[in-house]
Design a protein around this ligand. Structure first.
Ligand SMILES: Nc1ncnc2c1ncn2[C@@H]1O[C@H](COP(=O)(O)OP(=O)(O)OP(=O)(O)O)[C@@H](O)[C@H]1O
Ligand SMILES: [Mg+2]
Length: 408
């Protein structure tokens, strides 16, 4: 809706005071808000005090003349509607003035009936210009917003494609990993069932042992895949509560102890610590057992495993170090990927290649991080970093139940 014309504010400039007064009176009667100024200087000072719709000015004046005033007024407000009042002899100048942005002119002496339609036109034209500028600004804003949304959408699409690709790779690796022990089971079972292969008691026992071993491997694969799938789907409720780190470490040592003994690997005495983590107790133990069992499994004979704990800025890091074969940069690049066995597929060590993937997902779901340092031939250190209980942490990280989140 257009603004009522009566709301228009007009600065009228004329050095002939009687003319100025008469003009302001007439404009006032027609409900314009007119302010009269006898000089260009006074008009400029008035224009600086606020928003005006129209500058109606004489052309020839002492001091700042009409043209200079118009330029100064348009510098203050490029949309102000400028109208000049001119005598017969200066019509040429009035035409030139229109070329510098003056909207209209009126030849003196004039009647109200001549001026009023000119004013209405000028005010409407100014209103449209101002509206246009606003619309253009809104349009620009909208275009920028759309551009931003497009970038977000593009990033989301790329992320979805990446996740899709990751899932496909996971599925093909999984079917390969499941097929290997299954084929072995079927192969040995077929030999046992067949009467074409004469076998001694020893052979049958060996074949049966192979079946049992492959069956166990298949079972741990299925269990770990299910665990990972649950974590990925956010279906694991994590109960984040204060957990005494020393007790969790002691329990993990008890679980890994027999394996270490069998491999003649020494578990160094645990450090004394009174730190309390904000973590899910069961999952924290699972993480520690995964790291410790790797440190034992991929160690050398008579090797050593040690644990260090360090507190820093509301966090605690637990480092599990071994004196094993270590990992090359190329191996390090893939160890957290599902089914990655870092080239140790044919190694005597059994494994699914899912332990570190699950460990990383769990650590991140508990708002922690995991990193590894390794020197081939010297050993590796896996370090997890988790929030301490009571430290200022994001709201979701405090007590209570929440779900493990999907990794990006
Ligand atoms: N401490 C370590 N030293 C050397 N290599 C390691 C160490 N920990 C892990 N690795 C390498 O990273 C690979 C992936 O480890 P991860 O724990 O994910 O699987 P895994 O041990 O093979 O199987 P799982 O943990 O399911 O029994 C291992 O196969 C091994 O080659
Ligand atoms: Mg492992």
């Amino acid at each position: 809706m257009s603004e009522p014309v009566s709301a228009a504010r007009i600065v009228v400039v004329d050095d002939q005071l009687s003319h100025l007064k008469a003009l302001c009176d007439i404009l006032g009667q027609h409900r314009f808000d007119a302010i009269g100024c006898a000089t260009g200087e006074a008009a400029l000072a008035t224009l600086r005090t606020g928003n005006f719709d129209v500058l109606l000015t004489d052309l020839v004046m002492p001091g700042i003349d009409g043209l200079a005033l118009i330029e100064a007024a348009r510098a203050l407000d490029p949309h102000i509607a400028c109208i000049i009042m001119t005598g017969e002899g200066t019509v040429d100048t009035a035409v030139k003035a229109m070329k510098i942005g003056v909207m209209d002119y009126v030849v003196k002496p004039f009647k109200a009936a001549t001026l009023l339609p000119i004013l209405d036109r000028a005010i409407e034209s100014r209103r449209l210009r101002v509206q246009n500028v606003k619309l253009e600004a809104a349009l620009r804003e909208r275009v920028e917003e759309l551009g931003f949304l497009n970038t977000v959408l593009d990033a989301a699409r790329k992320e979805a494609e990446r996740a899709n690709q990751e899932k496909s790779t996971f599925l093909s690796s999984m079917s390969h990993e499941l097929r290997t022990p299954l084929n072995s089971i079927l192969g040995f079972a077929q030999i046992l069932a067949s009467d074409k292969f004469p076998k001694g008691q020893g052979d049958s026992q060996r074949f049966a042992q192979n079946i049992v071993q492959s069956g166990r491997h298949l079972l741990s694969l299925v269990n770990e895949i299910l665990d990972l799938a649950k974590i990925e789907a956010g279906k694991i409720p994590l109960t984040i509560a204060p957990v005494a780190l020393d007790a969790a470490l002691r329990e993990a040592y008890v679980i890994v102890g027999p394996l270490a003994q069998a491999r003649q690997v020494t578990l160094a005495p645990l450090p004394e610590t009174r730190l309390e983590l904000a973590a899910d107790e069961m999952r924290l133990k699972q993480i520690l057992v995964n790291l410790l069992s790797n440190a034992v499994k991929y160690n050398r004979e008579h090797g050593k495993v040690s644990v260090r704990c360090m507190q820093h800025e509301g966090h605690c890091s637990v480092a599990v170090s071994d004196s094993g074969q270590g990992l090359s940069p190329a191996q390090l690049a893939s160890i957290f990927l599902p089914f990655s066995r870092a080239g140790r597929e044919d190694n005597k060590e059994e494994g699914t290649g899912l332990g570190l993937t699950i460990t990383q997902r769990l650590v991140e779901a508990m708002r922690g991080t995991i990193e590894v340092e390794s020197e081939p031939g010297v050993g590796s250190t896996f370090r997890i970093d988790l929030p301490l209980h009571g430290a200022a942490a994001p709201a979701a990280n405090t007590h209570g139940s929440r779900h493990a989140s999907l990794r990006p």
